[in-house]
Design a binder for this molecule. Sequence first.
Ligand SMILES: NC(=O)c1ccc[n+]([C@@H]2O[C@H](COP(=O)([O-])OP(=O)(O)OC[C@H]3O[C@@H](n4cnc5c(N)ncnc54)[C@H](OP(=O)(O)O)[C@@H]3O)[C@@H](O)[C@H]2O)c1
Length: 246
Amino acid sequence: MQNIEGKVVVITGASSGFGACTARHLATLGAKVALGARRFDRLETLATEIRAAGGEAVVPETDVTDRTQVQALIDATLAVFGRIDVMVNNAGLMAIAPLDAMKVEEWDAMIDINIKGVLYGIAAALPVFRRQESGHFINVASVGGLKVAAPGGAVYSGTKFAVRAISEGLRVEAGPKIRTTILSPGAVDSELKFGSSDPAAAAAVMEIYKTAIPTQAIADAIAYAIAQPDGVDINEIVLRPTPQEF
Ligand SMILES: NC(=O)c1ccc[n+]([C@@H]2O[C@H](COP(=O)([O-])OP(=O)(O)OC[C@H]3O[C@@H](n4cnc5c(N)ncnc54)[C@H](OP(=O)(O)O)[C@@H]3O)[C@@H](O)[C@H]2O)c1
């Protein structure tokens, strides 16, 4: 695919699901990848696989709720590859539960990972993109950022509405040389569905995920956005399993 080969792509949340699949796919297409997440053993295994197939990967262990670690991810990428072309702010947590369940620690975790993690990614990569006079943010939201996933998803949806609002503001402020993409998926098969500790909500999530589509659909969508000519900015992608109503 054109306009992917040789690009340096940073992906947060690359130890499973969308992030891991996208890393593999982009590496196959010739991108150099920097993979951030907390489960370092998973990142190392993925990097070994990518290198064995002839690709290039660095794997700085990263907790996106810690701004200094997100900055370190960007610094380590620059130290190895010398530039950054794409920042995929993907790390996320979906803990579904009714507000009455008072899962306040999970509210905090979703706000810290899903919103502040994206902001820290922007804070670390935007100065690099300004210096380079080029760059591309891909921020992973959700269909839950288009419509409130109630009952149960009030806080998760709140975080994804925030990702979309921040990303749209970023698009306007980014100016003519930096591209921004909001990716809003429906149910996709990954570890995300296991994030709910409330038993009734967890069962409802499993029901919705019966029609989940494979993560390759996400990797393909991200590759499509990156592969466009520099003057073409794919600002929004919404994709769902065909039978999914929400
Ligand atoms: N799957 C879906 O149906 C779906 C639909 C819409 C949107 N999304 C969004 O897609 C994104 C990726 O989710 P997924 O489906 O691929 O789920 P996943 O398999 O659970 O992956 C989530 C990733 O986020 C990472 N992560 C979580 N907390 C982190 C932290 N504090 N610091 C760094 N990394 C962290 C995890 O790595 P570690 O635990 O190793 O840190 C993992 O790699 C999320 O933003 C999610 O909200 C998913």
